[in-house]
Design a protein around this ligand. Structure first.
Ligand code: PNS
Length: 185
């Protein structure tokens, strides 16, 4: 059974990746579908987000990455998917997600929404949190894949020095100068 995992992914976080990895064990195929949303001004272009997600999911054979516009259920129908996969972090998500699931059900009775509870360690995590931390010079190395951290730092820091709270010493780290191997993920 094919499942669509739709979202903005601006950018993909380790929380999203957790849902993709767990979803890939449950469904024969997962299509991570990035919404082209003309009403939002994203940090990353759709093309950049597709590339970030592709790089993050190379270890998963049954995961595809695509972009779509319009209604998610229509994209799902075109893709022969029966399931919309969504992660649930907290009660606050539940209200919005339930409304979305009910709305989608009125648009297509064929497609079911399946929720996966986000792993505890990512229950606070969102793309917005990642962008806010990076904007103010904090470390996001523990929140997103390494290449995404680098892309995000490039957007915000422009060679500004960022202190890394995971390090136990007081050394300041410039994420643009540090290789993935010596940054804490
Ligand atoms: O990552 P996000 O921003 O929470 O994802 C929201 C998304 C893309 C899943 C949702 O906004 C969506 O499905 N938009 C497409 C338009 C649509 O189908 N609307 C009807 C359901 S409310």
């Amino acid at each position: 059974m094919i499942a669509i995992y739709p979202g903005s992914f601006d950018p993909i976080t380790l929380g999203h990746l957790d849902i993709i990895e767990r979803g890939s064990q449950l469904f024969s195929q997962i299509i991570v579908a990035v919404l082209r949303n003309p009403n939002k001004t994203p940090l990353f272009s759709v093309q950049q987000r597709l590339e970030q997600i592709r790089q993050s999911t190379t270890h998963l054979d049954n995961v595809e990455v695509d972009a779509f516009e319009g209604l998610t259920v229509e994209y799902a129908t075109r893709s022969k998917a029966k399931v919309l996969l969504r992660g649930l972090r907290a009660i606050s998500d539940f209200e919005v997600e339930l409304q979305m699931a009910h709305t989608n059900k009125t648009l297509s009775t064929e497609i079911e929404t399946v929720f996966l509870a986000t792993s505890n360690e990512y229950s606070f995590l969102s793309s917005s949190v990642v962008k806010e931390i990076a904007r103010f010079g904090g470390s996001i190395n523990h929140l997103v894949p390494p290449h995404v951290a680098l892309d995000t730092y490039k957007c915000f820091t422009h060679n500004q020095t960022v202190s890394n709270p995971i390090r136990t010493d007081t050394t300041e780290v410039n994420p643009l100068n540090s290789s993935p191997s010596n940054r804490e993920m």
